[in-house]
Design a protein around this ligand. Structure first.
Ligand SMILES: Cc1cc2nc3c(=O)[nH]c(=O)nc-3n(C[C@H](O)[C@H](O)[C@H](O)COP(=O)(O)O)c2cc1C
Length: 173
């Protein structure tokens, strides 16, 4: 199986998670690339796609990347966000990603917190539409931490397992 871990990251949080996922893949045919470096996705059987949540949704660059992935591909989505893990604000961004990937198979999602620079947080706190997540993000300092990265590695193992089951069933007559 040929695996791509593709990520978009502005301040490095999502890149760290991508690296942990990549390290968790016990497989020889694997590549870790920023989305800007991906020429096309045709050769891959499983594509991990990671992005920072921005304005409760998927950043424009990742939107374009997700839409460029051929129909029928198996995807595993991951994201970092300042708001609380498992909260509805972070989950909203995954729903946005689902709507961009119809026709592809989403095997699973992984989200964890990613710290936001203090100056930026102060700016967001002043904007009524951003204040709710910015308030939550005040406690995201230090994330992704070692436990987040360990979880990301476990996510990789789980997604690989699911993809292998699918891969096996693809080959059945
Ligand atoms: C422009 C901008 C918008 C953001 N919007 C949100 C948001 O709506 N919800 C949230 O939880 N975090 C938001 N964040 C925080 C980032 O999702 C978080 O810091 C993430 O880990 C950054 O990942 P990166 O270092 O890979 O770029 C925003 C950050 C930026 C810079």
């Amino acid at each position: 199986m040929n695996i791509l871990v593709a990520y978009y990251s502005q301040t490095g949080n999502t890149r760290k998670v991508a690296e942990a996922i990549f390290a968790g893949i016990r497989h020889t045919q694997k590549k870790l690339l920023a989305i800007e470096q991906v020429e096309n996705c045709d050769a891959y059987d499983l594509i991990f796609c990671g992005f920072p949540v921005q304005h409760h949704s998927v950043p424009a660059k990742m939107t374009h990347f997700l839409q460029s992935i051929p129909q029928g591909k198996k995807l595993a989505l991951f994201a970092t966000h300042g708001s609380l893990r498992g909260g509805e604000k972070a989950i909203a961004a995954f729903y946005a990603a689902f709507s961009l990937t119809s026709g592809r198979t989403i095997l699973g999602t992984f989200g964890c917190r990613g710290q936001v620079k203090f100056q930026l947080l102060d700016e967001w706190m002043e904007k009524p539409q951003e204040r709710a997540w910015a308030l939550e993000a005040q406690s995201a300092s230090g994330h992704p931490d070692a436990a987040d990265l360990e979880d990301a590695g476990s996510f990789a193992v789980l997604m690989l397992h699911s993809a292998e089951q699918f891969h096996g069933s693809d080959k059945k007559p």
